[in-house]
Design a protein around this ligand. Structure first.
Ligand code: ADP
Length: 193
C-alpha cells in the first residue's frame, strides 16, 4: 500500500483540567476541524456524559474514577474502530487517567492549565462562586483535589493563548502521532475563531 494512502487510525484526545479551563471550547474546535478533514469524531463531554451514561454517579473519589473508567471504555471501543474520541472531562485523578491511557493505547493527554485565580474570575458557569460560598461541595480545585498530569503529551496555558491557538497545537500533536495524515497546518474549518 502506498504510504500516502494510509488509512487514518482512531485514537483518543483526552482533555483534563479544572472547570472552566477551556476543555470543551478547545475540544469543539478540534472536533470541527477533524470533521472538516473527513475524520470520524465523537466528543464525550463530561457535563453531557454525567446526564446520561453516568447519571447514577456523584462526585466522591470512587464515583469520579468510575466516571473516567466508563468514558475510557467507550473511547477504547471508538478508537479501535478508526474514530477519534475527544474527551473533555475534569478527570482529576492521575491514576484513573493513566489506567485509561493504558487500555486505550492511542492516547493524547492534553492538560488545559489555567491558574485558579483566573478561573475564579472567569467563572463562566457560576460554579466557583457557589463552591467558595460552600453551596456546591466537593468542587475540584476548591474543595476537592486535582492532580496535575506529570507528563501529558500537551500542556495548553489557556490564560495565555487563544482557543484557536490551543486547538492548532492539539491538531499538530494529532498529526505528529500519526492518527491523521490529512492535517496541513492552520485551522480551515474555524476561520471565524
Ligand atoms: P471547561 O470545559 O474546561 O469547563 P469551557 O470550555 O466550558 O471550560 O469554558 C472555558 C471558558 O474560557 C470559555 O468561556 C472560553 O471562551 C474561555 N477561554 C478563554 N481563553 C480560552 C482558551 N485559550 N481556551 C479555551 N477557553 C478559553
Amino acid at each position: 500500500m502506498r504510504k500516502d494512502y494510509t488509512m487514518n487510525q482512531g485514537g483518543t484526545i483526552w482533555f483534563t483540567g479544572l472547570s472552566g479551563a477551556g476543555k470543551t471550547t478547545i475540544a469543539r474546535l478540534v472536533e470541527l476541524e477533524l470533521r472538516a478533514l473527513g475524520q470520524k469524531v465523537e466528543v464525550l463531554d463530561g457535563d453531557i456524559v454525567r446526564t446520561n451514561l453516568c447519571k447514577d454517579l456523584g462526585f466522591s473519589k470512587e464515583d469520579r474514577e468510575r466516571n473516567i473508567q466508563r468514558i475510557g471504555f467507550v473511547c477504547q471501543r471508538l478508537s479501535r474502530n478508526g474514530i477519534v474520541a475527544i474527551v473533555a472531562a475534569i478527570s482529576p485523578y492521575r491514576e484513573a487517567r493513566e489506567e485509561v491511557r493504558e487500555k486505550i493505547g492511542h492516547f493524547i493527554e492534553v492538560y488545559c492549565k489555567c491558574p485558579l485565580e483566573v478561573l475564579i474570575n472567569r467563572d463562566t458557569k457560576g460554579f466557583y462562586r457557589k463552591a467558595l460560598e460552600g453551596t456546591i461541595l466537593n468542587f475540584t480545585g476548591i474543595s476537592d483535589p486535582y492532580e496535575e498530569p506529570l507528563s501529558p503529551e500537551l500542556v495548553l496555558e489557556t490564560d495565555k493563548e487563544t482557543p484557536r491557538c490551543c486547538a492548532e497545537k492539539v491538531l499538530e500533536k494529532v498529526k505528529q502521532n500519526g492518527y491523521l495524515n490529512l492535517y496541513q497546518n492552520g485551522l480551515k474549518a474555524c476561520q471565524s475563531w
